[in-house]
Design a protein around this ligand. Structure first.
Ligand SMILES: [Zn+2]
Length: 685
């Protein structure tokens, strides 16, 4: 029998964990194609057959259809990320446009929309989470233009597809500009100051291209060490100029990959799109799905942070200038000097490196310690599962989370810890299975927890840097949000349906414990002696944590305010005014002003090519939420189980089942305050 027969395709299983031992690339397209077609047919049948759509006869069947597609797709996209191969990549890429067409088709399905409107009439009788799900569904239909008159609908589609093209073009220009520039160095004296790892990378790059000496480029791992460490000032200037003018009308490749027109057109079309949908600006359109309630609220929030951080940022910059003058005889710090002398000052003051901390954070101590911290806080127990499960690599482990008091199984996760070839870098949490509970069945949530730690060598366990420990805690915050949910419908369970500016609350919250003595006693222990992190090292680590924090705060606020204003103040008669607005923002908030030829916006792909348009503020917004949430733990005790239980019940269990602000208030007892973030950042403000 061929593997395309549905009964033999492991991706079409309707229950249980993914069959990683059996899934092959040739299963992917038939399974996804079959599910998409069948889902569309089932939707058509539901719309035609159900006269009185209600929760049981309409919403739950739709949730089931979504669930079976994501249950098939999640292992595929996971394998694509952690066990990439040519055939798998081809199958994965072939499915992407089909999935995107599928969601467009559903988003503009008028019959489906009318049925949801009928459901909405019954919503007053539903529970709050059910009402939320219905509101989200109607909102998403409206945002995809379903109820526009015919000509406007056609224009909407035209704009949406042109925008997708332009955003891809922006990214492509940036990529081409990044790739087009390189710097070959054959005189070793010019490398003075560069760490060994940066030299080795440049050496390897040169060898691969059959070149002499060292070859650098504008990719971040190559660029960043040069501007941070290279003693040769002219070299730093040259790199800075090439980087800060990528894809623009300035710099070494001026005009060759210029994004100027693309950016203008993107802003114009986003504005038109927002107006078609009845919003005053694209910024308002962006907020339609977020926690922040109005443009004024976002602007006020960012300006408040800037105002409170500015005096300290000015002091930090003055200290840097004094240090450069006194210790290095340098006056007139330029943009390409700031990272370099900042790093020198940091080393001078704190003498602490990530390498030095590693022996205190062996994996064999950090992971059980983290489970203990989580267990005490949230009343759960995490342990290796006895269940025999199929995995994609022998290093992968499988765990379960149970409620400590009742023993109930709440969720399960795969843990894939180490870097290896064909595995994407970084760390992340992804959904494997969602929680779903309907008349017919109950499924518990399952997560993929992925890291890229250096694998253990010989008998020694893997040693983590403190940054890696924070990353682990961060991703576990997302994992807990997914796995501890008590919401029964996948579209609002766990992190689904949580607004973008609130979804980092649990993850950023978890990072705080990596800085607390009480928690560090549980997660640290010297690899040879088992001794917890010594106090003098701890004190230096804490002191270094907030180095130049006000300058960094202002930089992020500058980006966020710029992004928000260009989308909020767009005026068709005057065009984008991109650098005019950026200049105004810098005059208002920045303490460091880059040279006039700097073309930062031409490479700002988060907002011109990615999903952060009029949403870059979300990074700071979520930090405020997490710092303020943590301040309740500080008040009640950082391992206080009652506060942990409250967080579990009001945030982790609720997922997207209620308004994010209401949930925050339920936990904190009031709306968020920016004071704790300023205090944690060491900003007196
Ligand atoms: Zn995150």
């Amino acid at each position: 029998m061929s593997p395309t027969e549905p009964q033999d395709n492991p991706l079409l299983a309707t229950e249980g964990l993914p069959r990683f031992g059996a899934i092959r690339p040739e299963h992917v397209e038939p399974a996804i194609g079959h599910l998409i077609e069948d889902n569309l047919a089932q939707v058509a049948r539901l719309v035609a057959a159900v006269d009185e759509p209600d929760w049981e006869n309409f919403v739950e069947p739709l949730e089931e259809l979504d669930e079976r597609l994501s249950r098939a797709w999640s292992p595929v996209s996971h394998l694509h990320a952690v066990m990439d191969s040519e055939p798998l990549r081809a199958a994965y890429n072939a499915c992407l446009p089909r999935l995107s067409d599928y969601s467009t088709e559903l988003g503009q399905h008028e019959g489906l929309y009318r049925a949801w409107q009928k459901v909405a009439k019954r919503a007053p009788a539903y529970q709050p989470a059910q009402r939320r799900l219905v509101e989200n569904a109607l909102r998403d239909f409206r945002l995809s233009g379903v109820d526009l008159p015919k000509e406007k609908k056609a224009r909407f589609r035209e704009i949406a597809s042109r925008l997708a093209e332009l955003e891809a073009r922006f990214e492509q220009n940036l990529l081409d500009a990044t790739n087009a520039w390189e710097k070959s160095i054959t005189d070793e004296t010019r490398l003075a100051g560069l760490p060994e790892s940066a030299r080795a990378l440049a050496r390897q790059t040169a060898e691969r291209k059959g070149r002499e000496g060292w070859l650098f480029n504008l990719e971040f791992p190559s660029y960043l060490p040069v501007v941070t460490y290279a003693d040769d000032r002219e070299l730093r200037r040259e790199f800075y100029e090439a980087y800060a003018t990528r894809a623009s009308d300035q710099g070494p490749h001026a005009g060759r990959f210029d994004n100027s027109q693309v950016m203008e057109e993107i802003l114009a079309l986003r504005h038109e799109l927002a107006r078609l949908l009845g919003f005053a600006s694209y910024a308002e359109r962006s907020l339609a799905t977020k926690m922040a309630r109005s443009p004024e609220e976002v602007l006020g929030f960012l300006r408040d942070l800037a105002r409170r951080s500015r005096p300290q940022a000015e002091r930090e910059l003055a200290e840097l200038r004094d240090y450069a003058r006194e210790h290095h005889g340098v006056t007139g710090l330029e943009a390409w000097d700031i990272p370099y002398y900042s790093e020198k000052l940091r080393q001078h003051r704190y003498r602490i490196t990530q390498e030095e901390l590693k022996p205190w954070f062996p994996e064999t101590r950090v992971i059980p310690g983290m489970f203990e911290v989580i267990g005490r806080l949230f009343g759960v127990e995490i342990r290796r599962s006895d269940e025999p499960v199929e995995v994609w690599h022998p290093e992968v482990r499988f765990y379960e989370i149970r409620d400590r008091a009742s023993g109930e199984l709440l969720g399960q996760f795969y843990f894939d810890l180490y870097a290896r070839p064909h595995k994407r870098g970084g760390a992340w949490m992804a959904d494997c299975l969602s929680r779903i509970k309907t008349a017919g069945r109950e499924q518990i949530p399952v997560a993929f927890m992925t890291c890229n730690f250096t694998p253990p060598v010989g008998d020694q366990p893997a040693l983590l840097t403190h940054d890696e420990v924070q990353t682990l805690f961060h991703e576990f915050g997302h994992g807990l949000h997914h796995m501890l949910t008590r919401i029964d419908w996948p579209s609002i369970a766990g992190i689904s349906g949580v607004p973008w500016d609130a979804v980092e609350l649990p993850s950023q919250l978890m990072e705080n414990w990596c800085w607390e003595r009480e928690a560090l006693n549980l997660i640290s222990g010297h690899v040879e002696t088992g001794e917890p992190l010594p106090d003098d090292l701890y004190q230096r680590m804490i002191a270094a944590r907030n180095f130049q924090s006000a300058m960094q705060m202002l930089r992020q606020v500058e980006f966020a305010l710029f992004d928000f204003r260009i989308h909020h103040e767009y005026d068709p008669a005057r065009g984008g005014r991109i650098y005019q607005i950026l200049d105004e923002v810098r005059r208002e908030v920045a303490v460091v002003r880059p040279p006039g030829w700097n073309r930062f916006a031409h490479g700002f792909s988060h907002i011109f090519a990615g999903g952060y348009a009029a949403g870059y503020y979300a990074y700071k917004w979520a930090e405020v939420l997490s710092a303020d949430a943590f301040s309740l733990f500080e008040e009640n005790g950082v391992l206080d189980p009652e506060t942990g239980r409250l967080f579990r019940e009001t945030i982790l269990e609720q997922g997207g089942g209620a308004d994010a602000m209401e949930l925050f208030v339920a936990f904190r007892g009031r709306e968020p305050s920016i004071e704790p973030l300023l205090r944690h950042s060491g900003i007196e403000g």
